[in-house]
Write a protein that binds this ligand. Structure first.
Ligand code: PEP
Ligand code: MG
Length: 588
């Protein structure tokens, strides 16, 4: 038995076997084979090697025709296929360790790289790249076989253990088969964490080396509340967790019963609770948990699923379906919030600092087409119901000009083509960059609504990378700068009568949600599964008490003093259990 400790980001307990995914160019699965499966696996590997040999010979022949003697570079790769240090060793590893071919190749490649790095001769050192090329080819050929695991077709129900999951991998993932999720990277506002929460899948992130410490197939307990991961628990421990899992189910059922009750404070202030969603299927979950609309639909996940831009027609159908499902409630679609790697199709890894890089709106001028297609679909869908269009990552009024230009352009085209659309669909901004917060009065003149994206706002205000577990302790939603900034935004929005909501993770944390209400926010959008608990907290307090409390917090100097003040004030009014975002779990 081994205990690991990370950050619990999605409450609940998951129990099941581990599926370990290593992130290289393509994800490499580390699977434990059934005892009698190694022969089939070596055969699979040998078929992939033979397929690679034929391909390399064909390439070499073509090059001989076109380039003459330079075709020799492929001789080196062909020789590698016969090198006992590569394929033969991989075969041995499959047989002796009972692992899948992909994993065996992956670990041998790592060893070979180490070996090549030791050479003084630059030419020999560079042969390291040939190994990657050859192994990449074999992996591709392995991927073509029917038995190849993929994120979209997992072989069984698993606890997923991954280094990092990109949004496109997360979108491709067969979530039905994921019992729980454990990652080396991440923090509570990391995208995979948000997704796990909205799908109600227990998750622990920020473990740093879980992928190397957890053997595939080992039995795992994931405690998304405490951030604990137990590898191969003993009998007693397992039973304690099973009992806790059952208690949770009961608790969840009780919370579900609040669905039909209004989210209203004791003194009658109505709060609108909406759901954040990444997939169209989540509309049903949103309604089941009592959401009164979709406050944030992260449209970039549409791209991940197919790894291609969805067409105007595909988007139109999807947006209309969402409107129909949520009617009479509104649906807020956020325009592509992507990095340039996704835009130019290179899917290139992190640039210097992706959070501060060429992202979202900043890409509109260089890559207008995907935005144009999306806006056409959105404006057309808006003709059939209450659709709101939200632009992320605006940094001030000049960004808004670009947005307006593009919208006007798209409207002109639609009019010219005689297509039905709604020219005055509500246009809003996610306020998540400090410079937008500082110019909110100017922005208010030009938009129909605002939504505060606290996940990024906190990251940028406090200069804390939300995906870096090493600085997770500095990520303080109750930092005075955060509360003061939100208060400033809300004041201006109210003065100028612009609807304002909060769609970051603060909205789904009952404790922080009450603070937001105290600051004057009346609309919150969160993972659907968080709605019942936030509603229970709202129904237990007076809004005027929250306003007084928020006012008094604004003059306190630190997040911990602010938290202590709120806890002591609310201790009587709100039962502790409904303030905690997470559930009590057995002692570990
Ligand atoms: C935010 O930044 O608060 C937000 C809601 O968007 P995301 O988490 O997708 O960046
Ligand atoms: Mg954001």
């Amino acid at each position: 038995m081994r205990r690991l400790s990370g950050t619990g980001v999605s409450s609940g307990i998951a129990i099941g076997p581990a599926l370990v995914v290593e992130n290289s160019a393509a994800p490499v699965f580390r699977l434990a084979l059934a005892p009698d499966a190694s022969e089939r696996e070596t055969e699979r590997l040998s078929n992939a090697v033979e397929a690679s040999r034929l391909q390399l010979q064909a390439i070499k022949e073509r090059l001989l025709r076109d380039l003459g003697p330079h075709a020799y570079i492929f001789d080196a790769q062909l020789l590698m296929l016969d090198d006992p240090l590569l394929v033969q060793r991989a075969m041995t590893l499959v047989k002796e360790k009972g692992v899948n071919a992909e994993w065996a190749l992956h670990s041998i490649t790592e060893e070979l790289h180490e070996f090549f790095r030791g050479f003084k001769d630059a030419y020999l050192r560079e042969r390291s790249a040939d190994i990657d090329d050859v192994v990449g080819r074999i992996l591709l050929n392995l991927g073509d076989s029917a038995e190849a695991p993929s994120l979209a077709h997992l072989p069984d129900r698993f606890v997923l253990v991954a280094g990092d999951l990109t949004p496109s991998q997360a979108a491709e993932l067969d979530w039905e088969r994921v019992l729980g999720i454990v990652t080396d990277a991440g923090s509570p506002t990391y995208h995979t964490a948000i997704l796990a929460r909205s799908l109600g899948i227990p998750g622990v992130v920020g473990l740093n080396d879980a992928t190397s410490l957890i053997a595939p197939g080992s039995n795992l307990v994931v405690d998304g509340s405490s951030g604990g991961v137990i590898v191969d628990p003993g009998h007693e421990e397992l039973e304690a967790y099973r009992a806790a899992q059952e208690r949770e189910r009961l608790h969840e059922r009780r919370l579900q019963e609040t669905r039909g009750l209004p989210a209203e404070t004791k003194d009658g202030v109505k709060i609108v609770l909406m759901a954040n969603a990444e997939f169209a299927e989540e509309a049903t979950t949103a309604l089941r948990y009592g959401a009164e609309g979709i406050g944030l639909f992260r449209s970039e996940y549409l791209l991940g699923r197919s790894r291609e831009w969805p067409s105007e027609k595909q988007q139109l159908d999807l947006y209309r379906r969402l409107i129909e499902q949520m009617r009479p409630y509104p649906v807020t679609i956020r325009v592509w919030d992507l990095g340039s790697g996704e835009m130019d199709g290179t899917h290139a890894g992190p640039r210097v600092n992706p959070a501060l890089g060429e992202r979202a709106l900043r890409l509109m001028r260089r890559f207008p087409e995907p935005f144009r297609t999306q806006l056409r679909a959105l404006l057309r869908a808006a003709a059939s119901g209450p659709l709101r269009i939200m632009f992320p990552f605006a940094s001030g009024p000049s960004d808004l000009r670009i947005v307006r230009e593009l919208i006007d352009d798209v409207c002109r085209d639609l009019r010219r083509d005689g297509i039905e659309f709604r020219a005055d669909a509500p246009i809003g901004l996610t306020l998540e960059v400090p410079s937008a917060a500082a110019t909110v009065d100017l922005l208010a003149r030009e938009v129909d609504f605002f939504s505060v994206g606290t996940n990024d706002l906190i990251q940028y205000l406090l200069a804390v990378d939300r995906a870096d577990p090493r600085v997770a302790g500095f990520y303080e939603p109750l930092h005075p700068a955060v509360l003061r900034t939100i208060q400033g935004i809300v004041r201006v929005a109210r003065e100028q009568q612009i609807p304002i909501s909060v769609c970051g993770e603060m909205a789904g944390n009952p404790f922080q949600a009450l603070v937001l209400i105290g600051l004057g926010v009346r609309e919150l959008s969160m993972s659907a599964t968080a709605i019942p608990r936030v509603k229970a907290a709202i129904r237990a307090v007076d809004a005027c008490l929250l306003a007084r409390l928020a006012e008094s917090c604004l003059v306190l100097p630190t997040a911990s003093e602010i938290e202590a003040r709120i806890r002591s004030e609310l201790a009587v009014a709100v039962p502790e259990a409904s303030l905690e975002e997470t559930q009590p779990s057995p002692r570990t």
